[in-house]
Design a protein around this ligand. Structure first.
Ligand code: SF4
Length: 573
């Protein structure tokens, strides 16, 4: 951003907010059912999005009424590494029933979201979340979002060590403002991080890391392992990729500048994979992360939010410039990255030994939505297991859930409870469904152009039929759908992705990598939802006939190239 470039309106709201206070408390007390535009912007930093049920809006318009929009709120819990105790999970489950729409949603960043909370219930919801020692502070907004890390328990192993570092870093990067406590907790301290209990600098306008304007945009941080990139580390603003010598954690390659968001029709917005910029030893992680956040804080674009993510700063100034800035912040040089790359990915479904004689079970949650319906009482089944066995719960970046700390003798009991609730074991899933992801989109997300979570299951059913008919049901591939190009479900690294363009049309991307190390390319545009599977069938026919042994679908599409894949088919782009 040039020195004399005007600040975007969002920057002024932050600057004038007195440490994220604004007049949120007054608006809450007024009880109008919704907040002003500026209030709704500040609310995000507190972990809440103001939304409107867009199904109801459509109905209202159809009925020709000019009634007020049906405002409701999404409340997001910040859960570093996706870790919850059983008791915390039960509280969240109960809150979803009492204040939300009766469902829980696992996000692609290991958080949990309640949808459908009314303004009058916001305070009670956030307070109850905090009573369970969980926070919503910083789950949204222009700060470091939930720090993600592989949640698979491995007692005494590297994964727990890395998870502990991720949680420590998350605490360090929490906002320090006391506004959250004043507004939602009546000034009482919150537990669970440095931001609690009025940590250092906890008065208005004295955020030691974020300053008065916080960051130019959201900032995502992930930890991952070369043999398990379940956190899709390259799609984050800042990634830490483990460098180990046997069982010993040596440090991390530091990756910067990843991000998924783009805007249709704006060529200067794009998804980008993070680049390795340096190596950091384990004890340097917090310091290096803070220095990177400071560089983005001081140099990121504050005039145009569409270009405010770290990836645009790095592309505008270059990786060498960025490394110089980082080393200037640290006042020392950093070694170059180690020769370590991602080679595999896990989804952690099924039974696994967790290293202390106990087991964990990875349960498939389609598109992250935990609910009961006529055929499957998933929410009740999980609740029953947690109540009965006091197992812990961990949420994965693939939107699944791990039930942890289960004794071998209770394995059958868990299986029986889930079976009694209609929850099939993961072995019954097709590969294509097992690896599918969708964002919430309609009816809650205000930015959604098309359906995602509600549409993908049926598209997957159609794909399952096609793949079986073509004899490629074994194809290992990730299929992702989002309601708009912002890319919350990471569509651009998927083997196959459907990105919403308008109410019923999608852009189709192919050629990403299941490992999260390559971006896909646009194959077809404006494809109606009921033609999506027909549009990609020719690709699977070629895949069946021309794939190399062990070749994944995305790798095949990338090798052949979208121009060649389109040849002979009428494809609109
Ligand atoms: Fe909303 Fe778009 Fe994100 Fe989906 S990808 S949740 S539609 S912003």
């Amino acid at each position: 951003m040039l020195p004399d470039e005007p600040l975007s309106p969002a920057e002024r709201v932050k600057e004038e907010s007195r440490g994220l206070r604004g007049d949120l408390a007054d608006q809450l007390a007024a009880g109008a059912g919704h907040f002003s535009e500026a209030g709704a912007q500040l609310l995000k930093f507190h972990g809440t999005y103001q939304q409107e049920d867009r199904d109801q809006r459509r109905e209202r318009r159809r009925g020709g009424t000019d009634a007020e929009p049906a405002h409701q709120f999404m409340v997001r819990c910040k859960l570093p590494g996706g870790v919850l105790t059983g008791r915390q999970y039960l509280v969240i489950d109960e809150l979803a029933e009492r204040y939300g729409n009766g469902t829980l949603r696992v996000t692609t960043r290991q958080g949990n979201q309640f949808h459908g909370v009314l303004q009058g219930d916001l305070k009670a919801t956030i307070r109850a979340v905090n009573d369970a020692l969980v926070t919503t502070l910083g789950a949204c907004g222009d700060v470091v979002r939930n720090v993600i890390s592989c949640p698979a328990p491995a007692v005494g192993g590297l994964r727990e060590e890395v998870l502990a570092i991720a949680r420590r870093l998350s605490d360090h990067l929490l906002p320090r403002t006391r506004a959250y406590h004043e507004i939602w907790l009546d000034g009482e301290p919150v537990t669970g991080g440095a931001g609690g209990a009025g940590g250092a600098g906890g008065t208005a306008g004295t955020e030691p890391i974020y300053g008065t304007r916080y960051l130019p945009r959201k900032f995502k941080v992930a930890f991952a392992f070369p043999d398990d990139n379940c956190c899709d580390v390259h799609s984050n603003d800042l990634g830490f990729l483990v460098v180990a010598a046997g069982d010993l954690l040596v440090g991390f390659n530091v990756l910067v500048g990843g991000g998924m968001g783009r805007t249709h029709g704006k060529e200067d917005t794009y998804p980008r994979l993070a680049d390795a910029v340096a190596f950091a030893r384990t004890h340097e992680v917090v310091e290096v992360a803070e220095a990177i956040v400071r560089v983005q804080r001081d140099h990121g674009n504050r005039g145009d939010r569409r270009h405010a993510r770290l990836k645009y700063l790095i592309d505008a100034r270059g990786l060498d410039w960025f490394r110089d800035q980082l080393e200037r912040e640290l006042r020392r040089p950093l070694p170059p990255p180690a020769p370590v790359d991602v080679t595999a990915i896990e989804d952690h479904l099924g039974w696994h030994d967790q290293g202390d004689g106990r087991l964990f079970l990875g349960v498939f949650i389609e598109n992250g939505r935990i609910r009961d319906d006529e055929s499957r009482r998933l929410r009740s089944g999980i609740r029953r297991v947690v109540e009965k066995l006091a197992s812990g719960v961990r949420l994965t970046p693939q939107q699944n859930l791990l039930l942890t700390d289960i004794a071998e003798r209770d394995r059958r009991l868990v299986e029986r409870i889930l079976d009694d609730h209609g929850v099939a074991p993961h072995g019954a899933l097709s590969t294509v469904r097992r690896w599918s992801l969708a964002c919430p989109a309609l009816p809650t997300c205000g930015l959604a152009l098309a359906e995602a979570e509600r549409a993908l299951p049926e598209v997957i059913t159609q794909l399952e039929r096609e793949l079986a008919e073509l004899g490629v049901a074994d194809a290992a591939l990730t299929v992702r759908m989002t309601g708009c190009p912002n890319g919350c479900a990471r569509p651009y690294t998927a083997d196959l992705a459907f990105v919403g363009r308008s109410l019923n049309k999608y852009a189709v991307f192919v050629g990403g990598s299941m490992l999260g190390t390559r971006l896909g390319s646009l194959y077809a545009d404006l494809v109606p939802r009921d033609r999506l599977v027909a549009a990609v069938r020719p690709l699977f026919e070629r895949y069946r006939d021309e794939r190399r042994p062990g070749e994944r679908f995305g790798d095949f599409c990338d090798r052949v190239g979208v121009d060649a894949l389109r040849a002979g088919h009428s494809v609109s782009v």
